[in-house]
Design a protein around this ligand. Structure first.
Ligand code: NAP
Length: 324
């Protein structure tokens, strides 16, 4: 790892978007480093099954992530395990500061920090996290074999995770605040057909209840009648969407009302050379394939920008085949 040195491109985040950007950047001969604070792969590593990434009719999220990481490694992408603490835009170079003290100067930055699971904000949710409250069925489902669990939410994630838990738990309830799912039709049909799953329509959680051994139930409220009741449960899995991880987005970059970054068609923000991709970017569909596509777009745009900025003597000519 080169410390305090000049890069063409610094990528922040090692999910499908960041790794795809890394693959395209290496093929465009950019001096690139990818910084990831956790495990490379991102949010998709938590998915039990991925069935809509072209070329793979069925693959686990962990395996698909591993394939992305292996592909990036085969392109000799430098991956650094550290936390980025600040991105400071500059006229000539941007500065990227790492928790470990390393400082990079770079022509371009691609931010691919994704999002984090949204919380309900109800009593008991934080207190019993890891003791029956979970945001990841693949990570924690194992502990609920033959038990009764509740999934909260009505989107793709909630229904997918409920289907996963239904293979392990004795009974899965889905509590959804409306009377119709937001999830794709294929997932809705699978939920309907799974006799281990019961949907509680127009239902919200008001409280997570626990005893000495962890979660033991939840307070529920009917959103139509206002009627309240309690239910005995062993676990509560919450999948009510994501909030963008936008803490590193420099001031002055436009975000929408929900905190997602607004970019142009090159995934570039209002600050030249700062790109935002994947789930952090405002977009219609938050899918793995879209994040990967964003990574390609931003890396090619960064390559063009770097080529324009480099002095003619510095230009490293990539063979045409590398840019295809
Ligand atoms: P989402 O689509 O935003 O759905 C969130 C769900 O949680 C909605 O049903 C919403 O209810 C409910 N909700 C939100 N806040 C709530 C609250 N405070 N209390 C109770 N319920 C609440 O989120 P997601 O399911 O995590 O999906 C995020 C994105 O990833 C989507 O674009 C999705 O298509 C994509 N995704 C795709 C796949 C796949 O294709 N295999 C898998 C997972 C995720 P309302 O419906 O009433 O708003």
């Amino acid at each position: 790892m080169s410390e305090n040195s000049l890069y063409d491109l610094v990528i922040v985040g090692g999910g499908p978007g960041g790794l795809s950007a890394g693959i395209y950047a290496m093929r465009a001969a950019l001096k690139t480093v990818l910084v990831e604070k956790g495990v490379a792969g991102g949010q998709v590593t938590m998915s039990d099954e991925v069935e809509n990434y072209p070329g793979f009719s069925h693959i686990s999220g962990a395996e698909l992530s591993m394939k992305f990481a292996e592909h990036a490694q085969a392109c000799d992408l430098e991956v650094v395990s550290d936390e980025v603490t600040a991105i400071e835009p500059g006229l000539e170079y941007h500065t990227v500061r790492l928790a470990g003290g390393v400082v990079y100067s770079t022509h371009a930055v691609i931010l691919a920090t994704g999002g984090s699971p949204r919380k309900l904000g109800i009593p008991g949710e934080d207190d019993y996290y890891g003791k029956g409250v979970s945001y990841c069925a693949v990570c924690d489902g194992f502990f609920f074999r033959d038990k009764t669990v509740m999934v909260v939410g009505g989107g793709d994630t909630a229904t997918e995770e409920a289907l996963y838990l239904a293979k392990i738990a004795r009974k899965v309830y889905i509590a959804h605040r409306r009377d119709a799912f937001r999830a794709s039709m294929i997932l809705q049909k699978r939920v309907e057909a799974d006799c281990n799953i019961e949907v509680l329509w127009n239902t919200v959680l008001t409280e997570v209840k626990a005893d000495d051994s962890g979660v033991c139930g939840a307070g529920l409220k009917d959103t139509q009648t206002g009627e309240e009741r309690s239910m005995d449960l062993d676990g509560v899995f919450i999948f009510i969407g994501f909030d963008p991880n936008n803490e590193l987005v420099p001031a002055g970059i436009k975000k929408n009302a929900d905190g997602y970054v607004v970019t142009d068609e090159k995934c570039e923000t209002q600050i030249p050379g700062i790109f935002v991709i994947g789930d952090l970017r405002e977009k219609y569909a938050r899918q793995i394939v879209v994040s990967a596509g964003d990574g390609c777009t931003a890396a090619l745009a960064a390559a063009h920008l770097v080529e324009m900025k480099r002095s003619p003597a510095d230009v490293c000519e990539a063979p045409p085949s590398m840019l295809e």
